[in-house]
Design a protein around this ligand. Structure first.
Ligand code: CAA
Length: 384
């Protein structure tokens, strides 16, 4: 039985900061961000947008198409959780009006957890093939102001369903994975900005890739030539390019662009979406690839600092193009509002009130849902 990704939907904030603006403010050559980091813009969530509203907004587009009928499990992956106890997915469950016969849980392992969710979902569907699992990866990437990580911030969510006989991509059983107890990127409970040993994190990302690929290749007997395209975890697009160059030694710039180029387009615009980043890459590939990939195999690399890496793959299903939300995604990216540098810093410095009082948030432009306020430490969400 084929099991894999049936439908996929991407959402990011309606606001962005152009990295040329950031470069000017920080006195940096804009080409460092455009070429050296490989990013153009970063999605910035206004005060009434958070991982819950982004997750619900991404999944709402699937609900509108009836793609959530039969969902019995909602697995929400995030690095930027909003509560130490309650799963963010339960707020999303409520906003989407999902049936009460549904398991809901939150998963954490930095940027990797959506891939753990995918593996769990495949097992759940194998046990009950008529059921579906909704996975949502949703994150806000936030580093200290004027730090090396600042230009790699971003935000976004990807919602995707796992089912038998999937419309988009059947996931192969073979997989290579790797774990190591390292401190390359982490965020203690009392901090809202990630701590990162930047250069070290890029080295560990590559080490985990090499180890994961080695196991995958041994298990599957496949070589790099067996793949039409590759999608990587994308903290910034140059990282994905460097990763592929490490696997495919001596690859030309043209070949590199051909095998990963389409997967990087959305991330260049939205910035790092942590747990969603690999899945933003898959969405970007499907939406932007002019070549029909039906029947072709794609290689996928998921990485979460701390660290866990996994290389896996899937075969693109014939007719996949009819199941895409390409226009929705492209309209969203084209319709965003640009922030000034001052607006960016004001939003960055705006803190969620923690005094337990009653607070109503100003309404910004969001997707179908917004974080309306907070009362007695309870977050209040509403439909727009
Ligand atoms: N024109 C063109 N290129 C330029 C340039 C210019 N004017 N100025 C600099 N560059 C190039 C540099 O040569 C460099 O290229 P190489 O990497 O090929 O050498 C590139 O731009 C970046 O420059 P620096 O190395 O000087 O950048 P930095 O040290 O200021 O920051 C970083 C880089 C450490 C990765 C930083 O962005 C960071 O800390 N990011 C957050 C951590 C991160 O994303 N890590 C990735 C792996 S971990 C992971 O994947 C999990 C996750 O999501 C966080």
């Amino acid at each position: 039985m084929k099991i894999g990704i049936d439908q996929i939907s991407f959402y990011t904030s309606q606001y962005f900061l152009d990295l040329k603006t950031l470069a000017k403010a920080r006195g940096v050559d804009p080409d460092k961000y455009r070429v050296g980091i490989g990013q153009s813009r970063m999605g910035i969530p206004p005060p009434d947008e958070d991982i819950v509203t982004m997750a619900a907004s991404a999944a709402f587009r699937l609900k509108e198409r009836g793609a959530l009928d039969g969902v019995e499990n909602l697995l929400l992956a995030t690095e930027s959780g909003i509560d130490q106890s309650k799963a963010a997915g339960l707020f999303v469950h409520g906003l989407l009006g999902l049936p009460s016969r549904c398991r809901v849980v939150e998963l954490k392992q930095a940027c990797y957890s959506a891939t753990a969710a995918l593996r769990m979902a495949m097992g759940l569907v194998a046990m009950k093939p008529q059921s579906k699992v909704l996975i949502i990866a949703s994150d806000v990437a936030r580093y200290e102001l004027d730090s090396p990580g600042e230009s790699t911030q971003g935000c976004g969510a990807v919602a995707f369903t796992i089912s038998a006989n999937p419309r988009l991509v059947a996931i192969d059983p073979e997989s290579g994975f790797y774990a190591d107890d390292v401190m390359d990127f982490w965020r203690p409970n009392y901090l809202s900005e990630a701590q990162v040993d930047g250069k070290y994190s890029t080295l560990i990302y590559i080490k985990a890739l090499k180890e994961a690929w080695k196991q995958y290749a041994e298990e599957s007997g496949r070589s790099l030539d067996d793949f039409a395209r590759f999608c990587y975890h994308i903290p910034f697009t140059r990282m994905a390019a460097k990763a592929h160059q490490k696997l495919a030694r001596g690859i030309s710039d043209e070949e590199l662009e051909q095998v990963i180029g389409e997967s990087l387009i959305y991330s260049r615009e939205a910035g790092n979406c942590y747990s969603a980043s690999l899945y933003v890459g898959i969405t970007s590939l499907f939406d932007n690839c002019a070549e029909d990939l039906s029947g072709r195999r794609i290689g996928l690399y998921s990485y979460g600092s701390g660290c866990v890496g996994e290389f896996f793959s899937g075969v693109v299903q014939s007719g996949y193009r009819t199941a895409l939300l390409k226009e929705v995604h492209q309209e969203l990216l084209a319709g965003r509002t640009e922030l000034t540098f001052q607006q960016y810093e004001d939003i960055y410095n705006y803190g969620i009130p923690t005094d337990g009082g009653e607070h109503v948030f100003a309404q910004y432009c969001t997707g179908p849902f917004r974080f309306a306020g907070i009362e007695a430490h309870k977050r209040i969400y509403e439909s727009v």
